[in-house]
Design a protein around this ligand. Structure first.
Ligand code: ZN
Length: 134
């Protein structure tokens, strides 16, 4: 695993949170992207060399809607950059982590992604992220 790729924050309203986080960071988000398969609309901010992703539910039964219902708004996941997501999935399964996506899927911001269940990582939802080669 390489560096932290981004931190994901679940929000009720992307519109008002974009405004809030623009004020916080002193700069606007650089993109908005909907991931239909996940039932989320996301926006991304650069903060120095770091990235923050805001996530709003577009679907009442999706993971973000469920998360907010259960826990309220807040940090949803930490994403780590990996070079080879498929071999990382195999490695982490061997180590006993519960991998939610055996086959990596298309995530926002041109990534292949897979998630590890929070129950196998001290309550933290972990996202593995590999840059997609175009
Ligand atoms: Zn993410």
């Amino acid at each position: 695993m390489n560096k932290i790729e981004h931190i994901g924050i679940a929000v009720k309203s992307l519109e008002s949170s974009n405004e809030l986080f623009s004020k916080l960071f002193g700069q606007p988000h650089y993109k908005v992207e909907t991931v239909e398969s996940e039932g989320v609309k996301t926006s991304f901010f650069n903060v120095g060399t770091n990235k923050i992703e805001l996530l709003e539910a577009t679907n009442e039964d999706g993971p973000i809607a469920k998360f907010i219902k259960k826990k309220g708004e807040g940090i949803h996941h930490i994403a780590f950059d990996v070079d080879d997501i498929e071999s990382e999935i195999i490695r982490l399964k061997k180590e006993g982590f519960v991998v939610l996506n055996e086959t990596p899927k298309k995530g926002a911001d041109n990534k292949l992604v897979a998630f590890l269940h929070p129950k196998s990582a001290n309550g933290v939802l972990i996202e593995l992220c590999q840059e997609r080669k175009l």
